[in-house]
Design a protein around this ligand. Structure first.
Ligand code: ATP
Length: 742
C-alpha cells in the first residue's frame, strides 16, 4: 500500500479544498511560520483516526474545523481524504469481514469528516466504517499507530525519552505487530466474554439442578406409582372377579334356603298357631276344673247337711225309743220319769266316761280305766237313784215328748230324703264333668303334641334364622367391601377398573389365596399413596422442559468451552507468534540502528536491548513483560544517559532509531515535521543521507525549513496564507525542474 494523495477541506487553516500529491519519494513542504504546514501533518493524523485533540493542538473536536477569517466564513465541518494505492495488494487472509471486501480494490479512499458537535464519520470507498475498522486498515497497511510515522514538530526524541514499555509499543507498531496485538486483545476480550458466558451457563445449570433433581425424583415416584397402579389393576381384576362369583353363589344359596326375613314370616305364623293352641287348651281346662270344684264344694255341703240330718234323726229316734220305753215302763208300773234334758245330760256324761274308759283300755292304763269304771258306776247310780224318785205325773209329758220327737223324726226323714236326692243329682253333674274332662284331656294331649312339634320346629327355625342372619351379615359386609374397593380402584386406577369382567385374571394370581391378594392390594395402595405426587401431568411436562433446557445448556456449555479452547489456542499462537516476531524484529531493528548510529556518530555504538520487566497488577499478580532499552555510547564521550545528550545528539539518535524501525517493516509513508530543526549543517547532511535511504522504502512528507533537507525532496510544496486568510499550496516539482534544466 502506498499513499497517493491527500485532500483537505475545512480543516484548520485549509478552508478550501486542497490536494497534496504525495506520489513522490520525498515530498517537501515549506513555507513561513504559521502558514499551515503543520496543519497538513495534523490533517494526516486526523484522517488516520487520531483521537487526541492535544496532539492536534486543540481542545475539542470542533477546534479542527476552519474558524473563519476576515474574508471567509467559519465552516461547520472539516474533512480529510487520503487516497491509498493498493495495486500491490497485501496478504488479505488475516483481514476482518468488514475490511476484506475492500482490500481487493486497487485504490482505497479513506476519509474522515468531523462536525461542529465533535462527532466524526469514517468512510472507506464511500461506505461508512468504524474507527476500529480504520485502525485495522492502518495496521494492515503497516501504518499502525502514528507514533513513528508522523513525527510532530519537536517530538522526534519522544521515543528516546519514553519508558521501555512505551518504547516497546512504538517498536511493535513499527514492526507491524499492531494487527497481531489487536487480534490478541480481541481474542482475550472474547475469551473473557466466553468465560463469563461459561460462568453464566454453569450458574444457570447449578441453579436449575436442585429443581431438576427434585423433578426427577418426582417423576421417578410417578413412574413407580404407575407400575404400582398397573399391579393394583391386575390384583383388582383377580380379586373382584373371584369375589363377585363367590358373592353371587352365596346370594343364590341364601335365596334358595330362604332369607332370614322369609324365615321370620314362617316363625311368626308358627308362633301365632302356637298362641291359638295354648289359649284354647287353658280356657277349656280352667272352665271344667272350676265347675267341678264348685260342684264338689256344693256336694261336700250337701253331704254334711245330710249327715247332720241323719245324726239328728238317729238321736231323735233314740230319744223316741227312750221316751217310748219310759212310757211303757210307766205303764207296767215301773215307769221311770225322765226329762229330755236329764236324758241328754246323762247321755253326755256316759259318752264321756265310756270314751275315757276306751282310751285307758287302749293304752292299757288299768288304773285310769278303773277310775272311769268307778265314775261310770257313780253315773249309773245317780241316774237310777233319780228314777227311783221319778215323777209319775210326767206320763203325760212323756207322751207329748214322744209326739214331738216323732214329729221331728218325720221332718228330718223328709229332709234327709230331699238331701239324698240332691246328692244324687249333684253326683251326676260331677260325673258328667269328669267324662267331659276325660275327653278334653285326650284332645289336649294331641294339642300338646302338636305344640311340641311346632315349638321344636320354631327352635330349629330360630337357629336357622340366626345362622342365616350371620350369613346375610357376612354377605352384606363382603358386598360393601367389594363395592368400596371397586370405587377406590376407580379413584386410584381409573374407570378401566370397572371393566374387570372383560379381563381374565393374571396367571400369577390365579392360585393366590384371597386374603393374600387383599393384603397385596393394601400394600399397593399404601405405596401409591406414599408415592403420591399432585399434578402428575404438569410435573412430567415441567421435568421434560427443565431437562431439555438443562441439556440445551449442557450443549451450549460444550460449544462455549470448545470456543474457549480454540480461543486459548489462538491466544497462545498469537502470543508465541508476537513474541517471536517481536524478538526477531528487535534484533533486526537493533542491527540497522547500529549501522545508522555508526554512520551518524562515527566510532559510536548503539543497540537495542530487550528487557524482561516484572509487572504487578492491582490484585498482586506478577507477570513478565517485555521492554526496550536503548544502549548507546557516543565516540569519545562517557555519558551514556540519553537525557544528558545535547538536543542535536538526541535528534540524531532518535532519527537513527526511527529510520531503523521504519526500514524493517517500511510504512507506506512517513511525515517528518521539522525533525531536522535542531541539526547543524553537517548533521543536516547526514540527516539528508538517511532520508534518502528511508525514501527507498517509504514515501516521505517532510516539513522543513532546512535547505539541505529541501535538496533531497523530489516535490516541494510551498504553503502560504492567502489574501482571504486561508492556507494555500504552491507546488514545485524538482524532478521535473531538474529534467527541464538538463
Ligand atoms: P511554523 O513554521 O511556525 O511551524 P506552520 O506553518 O507549521 O508554522 P501551522 O502551525 O501549521 O503553521 O499553522 C498554524 C496556523 O493555523 C495559525 O496561523 C492558526 O491561526 C491557524 N489555524 C489553526 N487552527 C485554525 C482554525 N481552526 N481555523 C483557522 N485557522 C486556524
Amino acid at each position: 500500500m502506498r499513499l497517493s494523495h491527500i485532500t483537505i477541506q475545512g480543516f484548520k487553516s485549509f478552508a478550501k479544498k486542497t490536494t497534496l500529491d504525495v506520489t513522490h519519494q520525498v515530498t517537501g513542504v515549506v513555507g513561513p511560520n504559521g502558514s499551515g504546514k503543520s496543519n497538513i501533518a495534523e490533517a494526516i493524523r486526523f484522517v488516520l483516526g487520531e483521537q487526541s485533540m492535544k496532539s492536534m493542538r486543540g481542545k475539542i473536536g470542533a477546534d479542527v474545523i476552519f474558524k473563519g477569517s476576515e474574508h471567509l466564513s467559519p465552516l461547520s465541518r472539516a474533512s480529510v481524504m487520503m487516497v491509498i494505492d493498493n495495486k500491490d495488494k497485501g496478504d488479505v487472509a488475516h483481514a476482518s469481514e468488514t475490511l476484506a471486501p475492500y482490500l481487493v480494490y486497487d485504490e482505497l479512499t479513506l476519509s474522515r469528516v468531523i462536525y461542529a458537535d465533535g462527532t466524526s464519520d469514517y468512510m472507506l470507498n464511500d461506505a461508512k466504517i468504524r474507527l476500529k475498522d480504520v485502525q485495522e486498515l492502518l495496521s494492515f497497511a503497516g501504518i499502525g499507530g502514528s507514533a513513528h510515522t508522523i513525527i510532530n514538530q519537536g517530538e522526534a526524541d519522544r521515543i528516546l525519552l519514553a519508558n521501555p514499555r512505551d518504547r516497546k509499543e512504538v517498536l511493535e507498531d513499527a514492526l507491524g505487530l499492531r494487527m497481531y496485538h489487536m487480534r490478541l486483545n480481541e481474542s482475550k476480550r472474547k475469551l473473557e466474554r466466553v468465560k463469563t458466558h461459561v460462568h453464566e451457563v454453569e450458574l444457570l445449570r447449578k441453579e436449575i439442578k436442585p429443581h431438576l433433581d427434585h423433578l426427577k425424583r418426582q417423576v421417578d415416584k410417578i413412574e413407580a406409582a404407575s407400575e404400582e397402579r398397573n399391579k393394583l389393576h391386575a390384583l383388582l381384576i383377580a380379586y373382584l372377579t373371584r369375589e363377585e362369583n363367590e358373592l353371587q353363589a352365596l346370594d343364590e344359596r341364601i335365596r334358595e334356603e330362604g332369607s332370614s326375613a322369609s324365615l321370620i314370616l314362617i316363625t311368626d305364623s308358627i308362633q301365632k298357631e302356637l298362641r291359638v293352641l295354648k289359649d284354647s287348651t287353658s280356657t277349656t281346662q280352667v272352665t271344667s276344673t272350676s265347675e267341678k270344684h264348685t260342684l264338689q264344694t256344693e256336694m261336700r255341703g250337701l253331704l254334711e247337711r245330710r249327715d247332720q240330718v241323719t245324726k239328728t234323726l238317729g238321736r231323735l229316734e233314740a230319744e223316741k225309743a227312750y221316751l217310748e220305753k219310759e212310757f211303757s215302763r210307766d205303764v207296767e208300773g215301773k215307769a221311770v220319769t225322765l226329762t229330755h234334758e236329764k236324758w241328754t245330760t246323762t247321755q253326755t256324761l256316759f259318752s264321756h266316761e265310756i270314751g275315757a274308759l276306751e282310751s285307758a283300755l287302749t293304752a292299757s292304763d288299768i288304773q285310769k280305766a278303773s277310775t272311769h269304771v268307778e265314775g261310770l258306776k257313780h253315773e249309773v247310780n245317780e241316774f237310777f237313784g233319780a228314777q227311783d224318785k221319778g215323777d209319775v205325773t210326767k206320763k203325760e209329758s212323756l207322751k207329748r215328748d214322744i209326739e214331738t220327737v216323732t214329729q221331728a223324726i218325720v221332718e228330718h226323714e223328709q229332709k234327709e230324703q230331699t238331701l239324698s236326692r240332691d246328692v244324687v243329682v249333684l253326683q251326676e253333674k260331677i260325673d258328667a264333668i269328669d267324662v267331659h274332662a276325660q275327653t278334653s284331656l285326650q284332645s289336649r294331649h294331641e294339642e300338646e303334641k302338636k305344640v311340641m312339634t311346632l315349638q321344636s320346629k320354631l327352635r330349629e327355625l330360630e337357629s336357622t334364622i340366626a345362622l342365616r342372619r350371620q350369613e346375610e351379615g357376612e354377605f352384606s359386609l363382603r358386598k360393601q367391601h367389594f363395592e368400596a374397593l371397586r370405587e377406590e380402584g376407580v379413584l386410584i386406577v381409573g374407570r378401566v377398573v370397572l371393566e374387570y369382567k372383560d379381563h381374565s385374571p393374571e396367571e400369577r394370581f390365579r392360585d393366590t389365596p384371597k386374603p393374600d391378594i387383599l393384603r397385596a392390594i393394601e400394600r399397593c395402595k399404601l405405596r401409591i399413596e406414599e408415592a403420591g405426587v399432585p399434578n402428575r401431568e404438569e410435573v412430567i411436562a415441567e421435568y421434560a422442559s427443565t431437562r431439555e433446557r438443562d441439556e440445551y445448556l449442557a450443549r451450549e456449555l460444550t460449544d462455549i468451552k470448545d470456543s474457549e479452547e480454540k480461543l486459548l489456542t489462538l491466544i497462545d499462537e498469537l502470543t508465541t507468534s508476537l513474541e517471536e516476531r517481536f524478538s526477531k524484529g528487535v534484533e533486526e531493528v537493533s542491527k540497522v540502528f547500529s549501522e545508522f548510529f555508526g554512520e551518524v556518530f562515527v566510532g559510536g555504538k548503539g543497540k537495542l536491548v530487550l528487557l524482561q520487566l516484572t509487572k504487578i497488577d492491582d490484585e498482586g499478580n506478577q507477570t513478565i513483560e517485555q521492554g526496550i532499552d536503548i544502549d548507546v555510547s557516543l565516540p569519545n564521550k562517557k555519558v551514556k544517559e540519553i537525557t544528558m545528550f545535547s538536543g542535536g545528539e538526541r535528534a540524531l539518535v532518535s532519527i537513527a532509531l526511527l529510520f531503523a524501525m521504519s526500514s524493517i517493516t517500511p510504512p507506506p509513508f512517513m511525515v517528518l515535521d521539522e525533525t531536522d530543526a535542531p541539526l547543524d549543517e553537517s548533521n543536516a547532511r547526514k540527516y539528508g543521507v538517511m532520508l534518502k535511504r528511508l525514501a527507498e522504502k517509504s514515501k516521505l512528507l517532510v516539513i522543513t525549513h532546512n535547505r539541505e533537507t529541501m535538496n533531497h525532496c523530489d516535490m516541494l510544496y510551498g504553503v502560504t496564507i492567502g489574501v482571504d486568510g486561508g492556507s494555500k499550496l504552491l507546488s514545485i516539482n524538482f524532478k521535473e525542474a531538474e529534467n527541464y534544466s538538463k
